[in-house]
Design a protein around this ligand. Structure first.
Ligand code: MLT
Length: 312
């Protein structure tokens, strides 16, 4: 039994060293299936884009150490009988902490304020005066009592909703894959589940936690921005393509969107002052990488040994 690791999913190697998983692992950071690791039974990967890869007849499973599977050609895999796993929930806490961190930090203009302060030059006693100017320039707003709209009430969205309530926000939710009523009964932490239009119209902050599908692609566009409140803050820790970036640029320019916090920097909006671009750090914690790798390794091992398909 051989498994190839793409994209530095190191934890599985560690697990193997302590014989907890027992996969025969080839670590391949060059993203090629070379002679040594030729014809693996399974591939475990993080973010490498597999869409142009050819798969051998021997390949039985691909496991994504993460939630989204848009870097894997799922339809082609299904046609070839290759099972695709992801690791739902394994990085949910990391993403939740990042969402709450950035909601608060951007509301207080912390990113801009820190960047500005670092440009100050100490010439005599000028810094205290400049700091006074900064204090006026970067006045923020509190999140208490503001409405947070959570789109997607899965593992991440439900955690975000729960903790935002603890921070005294009003939380409303929508899920594209379940009805409003079901969303309401499943997610008792969300104060009110509502239609997407209602959520857009009522939110001061919107955070999105849905996979990229043909239905969710471009969810944030000229038309949906039109429904939103002025100065809405939008957080995207899901996938860049959920947002039409040209329409986002216009919405940022007009002040419709007050802040755009994105884990998927796009050159259209990257340098705008009300954009907080983040280099895909939402799920990047030691703990989450370990959780994802462990779940992926166990899924693959279980499947190769018993044929069980357990996506948890
Ligand atoms: C995910 O889909 O869960 C993230 O993209 C994981 C990651 O950061 O690799």
């Amino acid at each position: 039994m051989s498994t190839i690791l793409l994209d530095k999913v190191k934890t599985i190697k560690t697990l193997n060293n302590i014989a907890e998983v027992g996969l025969n692992v080839f670590n391949n950071d060059n993203f090629t299936i070379d002679n040594e690791s030729e014809n693996p039974d399974a591939i475990v990967l993080r973010s490498y884009n597999m869409h142009s890869m050819e798969f051998s007849n021997r390949l039985k499973a691909i496991a994504r150490a993460g939630a989204g599977v848009n870097n894997i050609p799922v339809e082609k895999c299904t046609e070839q009988g290759i099972v695709v796993f992801n690791t739902p929930g394994a990085n949910a806490n990391a993403v939740k902490e990042m969402v709450l961190t950035t909601i608060m930090a951007s509301s207080r203009n912390l990113f801009a304020g820190v960047a500005w302060t670092k440009t100050l030059v100490d010439e005599g006693d000028q810094i205290p005066k400049l700091v006074e100017a900064g204090k006026k320039q970067f006045v923020g707003k509190e999140i208490k009592g503001k409405t947070l709209g959570v789109i997607g009430l899965g593992a991440i969205g439900a955690l975000v909703a729960n903790d935002a309530l603890e921070l005294d926000m009003d939380v409303i939710g929508f899920d594209p894959f379940i009805s409003v009523d079901t969303a309401w009964s499943l997610s008792r932490k969300v104060q009110r589940a509502m239609s997407l239009e209602q959520l857009f119209a009522n939110s001061d902050y919107i955070t999105v936690h849905v996979p990229l599908t043909p239905e969710t692609k471009g969810l944030f566009n000229e038309e949906t921005f039109g429904i939103m409140k002025d100065d809405v803050h939008i957080l995207n820790f899901s996938r860049g393509e959920l947002v039409n970036e040209a329409d986002m640029k216009a919405a940022l320019e007009s002040g419709k969107v007050g802040k755009y916090i994105t884990d998927f920097p796009n050159e259209n909006v990257l340098k705008m002052k009300n954009v907080v671009p983040i280099p895909h750090l939402g799920a990047s914690t030691k703990e989450s990488e370990e959780n994802c790798a462990i779940m992926a390794a166990r899924q693959v091992k279980d499947f190769l040994e018993t044929g069980n398909i357990k996506n948890s």
